[in-house]
Design a protein around this ligand. Structure first.
Ligand code: ZN
Length: 312
């Protein structure tokens, strides 16, 4: 979609919200499922035995080896066959584990299919808890959509509170929880020997992040999560973002610095007693919006997210 072709400010804002929703949080509705007929799964090798699959929804990380296949996130249910076909083009081994980086439907939508095919589903405690009940999604404190509870077969069967390690395919996958970042159930997965990190939605490459405040996300938690991830990396680490292209440590460092700068700019205007509208009018994060090619609605929306997260 090219938002610049939309005629009115109202439609402009609506389109931006729709894009954010479809990429970050929405479950596969019937219409979306139909639209997925044309989705292609692209496979990119990240390291020896590690791949990234891009289709629609969150990027999928794949570890392959003699012990079987371990995948990180599984996009939407209508894409499962295509995802399995893309994996079958890499290896004959079955998918043994699915790890969910958080509860959103564009990362967990394939769970039920993958579970039926024999995979064990693993996630943070709060992922299972949120998937077990209806979730109301808010944007900046306003409800915008509802996600029904997931069927039992889609729920993680193994959950953890702080971290968990998998010792397969000749290496260690260490998944660690970062609290109140994109949601309250985020985990970052470090494929130690392969020197790869899957960030889930704590990293949106090249655009403003979405922070699901109704699910316990916060700007400060997001900044801390990026710091925790950087701490396990070296300059050669390859990074799979939740959304966007394969990245490097310096890309993540830039993103973390941008988050801190944007938070600081909004916080300082709040300290001066300005209202949200006044802060938005001053355009404190305009430079970042321009760097990332983001429109005014996205810019104002992220100012509001930071403002809301700081108690405004
Ligand atoms: Zn998400």
């Amino acid at each position: 979609m090219n938002p610049t072709t939309l005629p009115t400010r109202h439609r402009f804002a609506t389109a931006v919200v729709a894009v954010v929703l479809s990429f970050c949080i929405a479950p596969a509705t019937h219409a979306e499922a139909q639209g997925m007929e044309n989705v292609q799964i692209r496979t990119q090798q990240v390291a020896d035995g590690v791949y990234m699959l891009m289709g629609q929804g969150g990027n999928i990380g794949v570890s392959v080896g003699d012990d079987g296949v371990f995948i990180i996130d599984d996009q939407f249910a209508p894409l499962t066959d295509k995802i399995l076909a893309a994996i079958a083009a890499i290896t004959d081994e079955p998918v043994r584990f699915v790890f969910n980086t958080h509860w959103h439907g564009d990362h967990t939508g394939g769970n039920e299919n993958m579970g039926e095919a024999g995979a064990l589903i693993v996630a943070h405690d709060n992922v299972r808890e949120r998937m077990s009940t209806e979730q109301v999604l808010e944007r900046i404190g306003r409800p915008v959509s509802t996600t029904p509870a997931s069927p039992a077969g889609a729920l993680p069967v193994i959950t953890f509170s702080e971290d968990v390690s998998f010792h397969i395919n000749g290496g260690q996958l260490h998944a660690f929880h970062v609290s109140n970042a994109h949601t309250d159930g985020d985990a970052i997965v470090h494929l130690v020997e392969a020197n790869v990190v899957h960030m889930g939605d704590t990293f949106f490459r090249g655009r403003f992040p979405f922070i699901d405040t109704a699910s316990g996300g916060s700007i400060d938690g997001l900044i801390d999560a990026v710091g925790d991830a950087l701490a396990v990396m070296d300059p050669d680490t390859r990074i799979i973002p939740g959304h966007g292209d394969l990245s490097s440590r310096s890309d993540l460092q830039e993103y973390g610095d941008a988050l801190k700068a944007m938070r600081g700019a909004v916080a300082s205007l709040m300290t001066r007693g300005l209202s949200l509208a006044q802060i938005q009018a001053q355009r404190p994060i305009r430079a970042h919006a321009e760097t990332w090619g983001q429109d005014r609605a996205a810019e104002d929306g992220f100012v509001a997210t930071i403002h809301h997260g700081l108690g405004g």
